[in-house]
Design a protein. Structure first.
Length: 388
């Protein structure tokens, strides 16, 4: 966490409060007002200027700018190919930082971490990780996805491809990606998205399977078949095979977050680390192996943004209640609530903003700028509720 070695959590969250512009004891309004900006709005200076003008007009003070979408880069990189959607010969991230800071906006570099590709054919650039390291791509036990066969004759059908979080080479590469961003750019924050497994039936990459077998002595495929069979894990200790496999996958994702945090403390401790996470805490832990409650408690991130995009208040509030019940109250300051605007009208959004304020959250982030950027009436309706 910013400035600290993660030891004194009370002090740490006080510092986060300073970054947000609000203390833990005082919350008259949402001092943190964030909005996600998808990479399609990062392709030209004109489009970036429109983003910054929009943020200033509607008083959003934190921008999550997507600079890594599918293993590519909207910045100068030696590790990832430049996105072929960038229209001009310029550095989108550098330009956004320079112009955004002139407007006193906080700029967070938003990167899709383990999500790598989602097209029906291989990337054209030979340096893309899909081409240079296809052995890192994750697989499903249910569908037994094979990268090479799926992409023959453009038969991939847009299936999303994730990197496997348990492979050391994957973690090393992604940490290098983060280090490059931290070393080259004056970003205010690094924002991790798709920081999870694709789903509960994923993780069955041959390299990851071997790593698990070496560590546990059992196969994850056997764990799936004989999930209730106990395994010796220490003196007088036993654990079901499937639980060991699930713990392994959770630990693999968490280890990347921990390393990313350590990297920030080493390279630029002024940068805050955040993560976009699944809103249902139980599902996040047990389906996607994303133990984000532990990331807050252990101080691996400065804050998380649960993407609570449900249009109905019942499911929205159920997710809020679950996280508030499970996570100790002293860590609630590390939760910024994510709301969607693409799937609901202004009355529904305002209702959720009021609910979030009543629950005591210190900030809101909206997904997304791109969904409603041409609908000025929409934001003119919801922003006054944000500013109360």
């Amino acid at each position: 966490m910013k400035y600290l070695q993660k030891a004194t959590h009370t002090v740490a969250f006080f510092i986060v409060g300073l970054f947000f512009g609000v203390s833990a004891q005082e919350n008259p309004q949402f001092q943190f007002r964030g909005i996600w900006v998808v990479r399609t709005s990062m392709t030209s200076k004109v489009s970036i200027d429109s983003v910054l003008d929009f943020a200033q007009t509607y008083q959003f003070n934190h921008l999550f700018l997507q600079v890594r979408g599918r293993g590519d880069a909207f910045y100068k990189s030696d590790l990832a190919p430049r996105s072929n959607t960038i229209k001009d010969e310029f550095d989108p991230l550098l330009y956004a930082i320079s112009e955004g800071h002139k407007r006193n906006l906080k700029i967070h570099a938003w990167i899709n971490v383990f999500l790598l590709w989602s097209s029906n054919s291989f990337p054209q650039d030979s340096t893309h990780i899909m081409n240079s390291h296809p052995e890192w791509v994750d697989g499903s036990l249910m569908d037994n996805h094979k990268v090479e066969s799926e992409f023959q004759n453009n038969s991939g059908n847009g299936i999303k491809k994730f990197l496997n979080p348990a492979i050391p080479g994957v973690i090393d590469h992604l940490i290098s990606v983060c280090e490059e961003l931290l070393a080259r750019y004056d970003i205010d924050g690094l924002h991790l998205d798709y920081i999870r497994y694709q789903d509960m039936d994923y993780g069955y990459n041959s390299l990851a399977i071997q790593k698990f077998k070496d560590a546990s002595g059992v196969s994850p495929i056997d764990s799936y078949i004989f999930g209730n069979s106990p395994v010796e894990i220490g003196v007088n200790k036993k654990q079901n095979q499937i639980e060991i496999w699930d713990d392994f996958r959770r630990a693999s994702v968490t280890e990347f977050v921990r390393k990313c945090n350590s990297l920030i403390l080493k390279v630029n401790s002024n940068v805050v680390l955040s993560a976009a996470v699944k809103p249902n805490l139980w599902e996040a832990n047990n389906r996607y192996f994303q133990a984000w409650d532990q990331w807050i408690i252990n101080g691996y991130v400065d804050f998380v943004i649960p993407m609570n995009y449900f249009p109905d208040l019942e499911n929205f509030s159920r997710n809020v209640d679950l996280m508030m019940d499970i996570i100790p109250s002293k860590y609630h300051q590390g939760i910024i609530l994510g709301l969607a605007v693409y799937n609901q009208d202004t009355n529904a959004v305002k209702q959720k903003i009021r609910y979030s304020r009543g629950a005591g959250f210190s900030g809101i982030s909206i997904f997304s700028y791109d969904a409603r950027k041409d609908d000025t009436d929409y934001f003119e309706t919801i922003v006054p509720e944000l500013l109360k």
